[in-house]
Design a protein around this ligand. Structure first.
Ligand SMILES: O=C(O)C(=O)C[C@H](O)[C@H](O)COP(=O)(O)O
Length: 224
């Protein structure tokens, strides 16, 4: 019997990696309605960040992703909290440009490769990182970055994998005070988090405050 064809290799296109490298900050948020999703995305854009990570933590998340893709086609639309292969297909169909997960799943990596969604799995340990690189990933989400030990942990885990050219997207506990420490590491492509568009501001529809919070971090980075 013929053996099954090999699974397609994961791809994270250089054009998207390059956009992450130049924006450096990715605003993560969860949203309850498509209207709030679009308003949050607009507020973030107005503050000077054009890369998002919309989590799949809420019931209407996919509708929100679809609404952002339709209304703001130029924004770099990332999706987080991808836990299942089915979610990969749904967010790709909704217009996501890339996906990330809190953890590592070969089924999710394969689904992303099959449907052509640029994808970075989540890793927290050297063993998970080994599995990710052996599945072909060269960009991983380090999660939850701060609780794992922050920059010292990132340096320790990255050292043995340096020759493979692995890049990292730290998320979880990153904030305005520590973002520059992560971004100073050459293997960090960008950082992300919810400090840029805090949940309470979204719930209270404080769009101007979100724009201000984003501006503060963008300015702090510019003044480095
Ligand atoms: O659901 C996922 O896939 C996530 O990992 C979500 C976000 O990346 C973290 O919630 C960000 O963490 P904070 O910036 O500390 O709030």
């Amino acid at each position: 019997m013929a053996s099954p064809p090999p699974a397609p290799a994961p791809v994270f296109p250089e054009a998207i990696a390059q956009r992450l490298r130049s924006t450096r900050l990715v605003a993560g948020f969860s949203t309850e309605t498509p209207e709030d999703a679009v308003a949050t995305a607009k507020a973030i854009l107005a503050g000077g960040i054009d890369a998002l990570e919309v989590t799949l933590r809420t019931a209407d998340a996919v509708a929100g992703i679809r609404a952002i893709a339709e209304e703001l086609p130029d924004v770099l639309l990332g999706v987080g909290t991808i836990l299942t292969p089915e979610q990969v297909r749904r967010v790709k169909d909704a217009g996501a440009h890339f996906g990330v997960s809190p953890g590592l799943s070969m089924d999710v990596i394969e689904a992303a490769a099959e449907c052509g969604l640029p994808y970075a799995p989540g890793i927290a340990t050297p063993s998970e990182l080994t599995q990710a690189v052996n599945a072909g990933s060269r960009l991983v989400k380090l999660f939850p970055a701060a609780n794992l030990g922050g920059v010292p942990y990132l340096k320790s885990i990255a050292a043995p994998f340096a020759s493979l050219g692995v890049e990292y997207f730290p998320f979880g506990g990153v904030n305005r005070d520590n973002m520059q420490d992560y971004l100073a590491q050459p293997e960090v492509i960008a950082v992300g988090g919810t400090w840029l568009a805090p949940k309470a501001m979204i719930q209270n529809q404080q769009w101007d405050q979100i724009t201000e919070a984003v501006k503060e971090s963008v300015d702090a980075l510019g003044n480095q």
